[in-house]
Ligand binder design. Structure first.
Ligand code: ADP
Ligand code: MG
Length: 883
């Protein structure tokens, strides 16, 4: 078929054109925006044609019920089949095939949006609907969609897109709306204006309708209002003319004028120094896109006989524009040399839309009814031909000389105003200067007159004085002239000799006085010089003295430090001497620190000793040296000093009254630090002893734990060799074991393990402290279990203390034995420990205690514990022990 061949060739053509049609895509290439007004080459752009099928209407649904539609659409292939008869159909291809189900939105997007975007970019655009009356042209283009938003037609949607894209500050949108009927153009916005002429620019060929109203559009609402008004006028006009709207063409023109920014900057930077000049005279660029939307008259043939009540002439005229359009399109499709644009007003108006520079989109509307097959076929043929029309789309961009001249006018006015202002300021300044000069001149004149007056009076005075002098001289001369005459009488020389002698004497005296004064001055000068010299000397003396004073102070500080050390040594020595004396007094050997359990006795002893006033009391020395000083010596560089200091602190800590002060001054922290940082066994021993003493107080116990004391004590215990060190550490831990609140923490931080680890040393004193610790712990734990704050087996059993307990339950040293016996009783009070105690052999020890213990209270306790425990009772029954 010829048609399918035609469709093919169009398709080939499109392939290349589609890409070149891109300019109307939303993402525009940047370089296009930055080009200048003249350099826009035209780009080929074929007229795009979509076909839209109207659904069957009510009448057709009834009348054509038994017939199939005359067309069959294949939208995915963009094909339309027009049935010739039951077995044959012609196939046509279109740019878009829109079925009866196509939504208005989709139709807008496919048919109109690319054109609208082009217009926004500064191209001309045309959207036109062609088809038989009643197939949906007005539906497609002109529906306002007020009752149903989804029904909005192309005109409304196009304006929405335009308004969304333009800027109200720099751009403008204006609209004309008219109808063309019987070769007359009537303004639909001002119906009285019914003979609008078309004006063509002879140079560019651009057509315009200067007579048509041009209404600025600033919002969508006003535009819809305008369309409604136009529609009403169209209806009224057609009623008056006794015709139908289907016989007239409705034409909407939207002018979009946009100014392009960023251009000035780009140009001026190229021109370097003349930036300002170039900027101010460079005209801004405007892009003027024009969108023409044409709702054509019905394409059906009119009865030439004028059956609608028209004369033949009228009938011809009614049809003229449409048939001329058909002819032009035919000529363009066939590339004819002559295109008869001038034959009708419609073709003159649409000159740019077909074969011109506009981007054009045509929608042909058809109905489904087989009864109108003929009209449908001719509509399709019109569309097919239109698809062959090539346009050369071209950017409508120009320099905006008008706005440039406006701007220059404004600038000129500004300059004039500025000039006038400056002129005035200049004149004012001149006047001010003139007045000032006048002032100065009169002042100078005044001064001149004044000084002239002064000068004159001075000269007059001088003159008078000179006259007076001259007169005196004259008198004297006269007297002298009389003198020789007197001399001859012999009197005068005598007088003058006396006088002379007097004068000489006086002169002598004067000169002596002067000499004396001169001598005095000389002496004074020397004196001053000496004074100056001695002042300089004095200054350097002061500096020297300052330096000496500083040295003295330094020396004093050093000596004070040494005194403190010596005092602390003295304190220590006195303590040691005191101790030795006490030991000698008792005649026995006692350990350095005494038994921790007998500490109160020791304190008492010390108090007695200090009371008798035989030696400097600790308290006195303590006061003299100051606790802070002693504590600071714990960190002294000198190891000896450190040892002395720690001994002093330990001795002080032995006294209950001092403990609070020591802890308050940070002594506990310092002692714990010594355990951590010192390698010296003596320091370890003495520090641990001090800590053990401090650990007798409940608050201090908590402090020790809070400062990580257990880990320092454990560390010391693990590394110590000296039994006395171990005894002190064990003593300290034993004290902590007696605090109900610290049980769990103590155990978690390895306190029990550390305690048990120390029994590696065989010294009974160490064992005694370990036993005391275990007893303390067992007692607290038992209390906690009874109160329900502890559940589960004893931590002592969990940490493996039981074997050592059992092994030492009958230790010959009473200090060990007593503690362990008590510990066993406490453990036995809780049924949960019974199994371990039985299997570990503790039952035997308990039985022994209940029978042989020399301390009646412990014996009774053991007995009661045994008989109240079901597990122990059962085991004893098993062992046939009678209870
Ligand atoms: P034309 O302007 O081509 O003479 P109209 O737009 O006035 O045709 O449409 C004729 C009738 O068909 C109207 O009642 C219209 O609502 C209806 N119509 C047209 N196209 C469609 C469509 N796609 N879907 C539903 N109804 C339509
Ligand atoms: Mg219509």
């Amino acid at each position: 078929m010829a048609t399918s061949q035609g469709a093919n060739s169009y398709r080939n053509g499109t392939q290349s054109h589609r890409t070149s049609l891109k300019p109307h895509a939303k993402s525009k290439p940047a370089q296009r925006r930055n080009s200048t007004a003249k350099d826009h080459a035209a780009v080929p752009g074929r007229v795009r044609v979509a076909v839209r099928l109207r659904p069957r209407n009510a009448e057709e649904s009834v009348a054509d019920a038994d017939f199939a539609d005359c067309v069959e659409l294949q939208p995915e292939l963009k094909r339309l089949k027009l049935r010739k008869n039951n077995w044959d159909a012609d196939t046509y291809e279109f740019d878009e095939v829109l079925t009866e189900f196509a939504s208005q939105k989709r139709v807008y997007e496919v048919v109109a949006r690319p054109v609208v975007e082009s217009v926004l970019d500064g191209y001309n655009g045309t959207i036109m609907a062609y088809g038989q009356t009643g197939t949906g042209k007005t539906y497609t283009l002109g529906r306002l969609g007020e009752e149903d938003n989804a029904a909005r037609g192309i005109m409304v949607r196009a304006m929405e897109d335009i308004l969304a894209d333009v800027s109200m500050e720099t751009d403008s949108v204006s609209v004309s709306y008219m109808q063309l009927y019987m070769e007359t153009i009537q303004d639909l916005l001002d119906p009285a204006n019914d003979n609008i002429t078309i004006v063509e620019d002879p140079k560019t060929g651009d057509v315009s309708l200067p007579g048509a109203s041009l209404v600025d559009i600033r919002n969508q609402q006003s535009f819809v209002e305008l369309l409604r008004l136009g529609e009403a006028h169209r209806f009224a006009a057609n009623t008056k003319l006794n015709t139908e709207s289907s016989r007239s063409h409705a034409i909407l023109m939207v002018h979009v004028r946009r100014s392009i920014k960023g251009r000035d900057a780009a140009l001026s930077s190229e021109n370097g120094n003349h930036q300002h000049m170039v900027k101010s005279i460079k005209p801004p660029v405007v892009r003027k896109g024009k969108l023409v939307v044409v709702d054509l008259a019905g394409s059906e043939r009119i009865d030439k006989s004028g059956s609608e009540g028209h004369t033949l002439e009228e009938a011809k005229s009614i049809n003229l524009s449409l048939s001329a359009l058909g002819k032009c399109i035919n000529a363009l499709a066939e590339n004819s040399a002559h295109v008869p644009f001038r034959d009708s007003k419609l073709t003159r108006l649409l000159r740019d839309s077909f074969g011109g520079t506009a981007r054009t989109s045509l929608v042909i509307t058809i109905g489904p009814s087989p009864r109108h097959r003929g009209e449908t076929s001719s509509t399709i043929m019109f569309g097919q031909r239109a698809m062959k029309v090539e346009n050369m789309v071209k950017l409508k961009e120009e320099f905006d000389y008008k706005s440039l001249s406006r701007r220059l006018d404004i600038e000129l006015d500004k300059l004039i105003v500025e000039h006038e202002r400056q002129q005035k300021a200049f004149e004012d300044e001149i006047e001010r200067l003139a007045i000032e000069a006048q002032h100065r001149i009169s002042e100078a004149e005044r001064n001149y007159v004044d000084s002239l007056q002064k000068e004159r009076s001075k000269y007059q005075k001088d003159y008078t004085e000179s006259i007076k002098k001259l007169e005196e001289q004259f008198m004297m001369n006269q007297r002298k002239n009389e003198e020789p005459h007197l001399r001859s009488s012999g009197e005068t020389p005598k007088v003058s000799a006396e006088e002379l002698a007097d004068l000489k004497k006086m002169l002598q005296k004067e000169s002596n006085l002067r000499k004396a004064a001169e001598g005095e001055v000389y002496n004074l000068k020397i004196h001053v010089a000496e004074l100056k010299k001695s002042e300089v000397l004095g200054k350097s003396e002061i500096v020297k003295l300052h330096k000496m004073l500083e040295d003295e102070e330094r020396q004093k500080e050093k000596l004070e430090g040494e005194i403190a050390i010596l005092q602390s040594k003295l304190l220590q020595l006195s303590l040691e001497a005191d101790e030795t004396r006490r030991q000698l007094d008792r005649g026995g050997f006692e350990k350095e620190m005494g038994d921790l359990n007998s500490l109160p006795a020791q304190v008492k002893h010390q108090q007695q000793a200090s009371g008798n006033g035989e030696k400097p009391s600790i308290a006195k020395l303590f006061e003299q040296v100051g606790l802070q000083k002693i504590l600071s010596l714990l960190e002294a560089e000198d190891a000896d000093v450190r040892i002395h200091a720690v001994k002093v602190v330990a001795n002080l800590a032995a006294e209950e009254t001092n403990q609070g002060k020591i802890v308050e001054a940070g002594g506990l922290t310092s002692l714990l630090n010594l355990l951590k940082s010192s390698q010296d066994e003596t320091i370890h021993r003495v520090a641990a002893g001090a800590i053990a003493n401090l650990a007798m107080n409940e608050t201090n116990q908590e402090l020790i734990m809070a400062q990580g004391g257990i880990s320092f004590l454990s560390m010391t215990a693990a590394n110590a060799e000296d039994p006395q060190t171990l005894r002190m550490v064990a003593g300290a831990i034993a004290n902590l074991c007696g605090n109900d609140k610290l049980q769990t923490k103590l155990r978690d931080e390895g306190g029990i393990k550390a305690l048990l680890g120390m029994v590696r040393c065989r010294h009974p004193d160490v064992h005694a402290q370990v036993a005391r610790g275990i007893a303390n712990f067992a007692k607290c734990e038992s209390r906690a279990s009874t109160q329900g704050t502890k559940s589960g087996r004893s931590f002592l059993i969990e940490d493996g203390a039981l074997p050592w307990i059992v092994q030492n339950a009958n230790n010959e040293a009473a200090s060990i034995r007593r503690h362990i016996e008590l510990a066993l009783c406490h453990l036995a009070q809780h049924e949960i420990n019974a199994r371990d105690m039985i299997s570990g052999g503790a039952l035997w020890e308990l039985v022994r205690i209940s029978r042989d213990c020399s301390r009646e209270d412990i014996k009774t306790l053991a007995y009661r514990t045994l008989v109240s425990s079901p597990s122990f009772k059962a085991e004893m029954r098993r062992l046939r022990l009678n209870y």
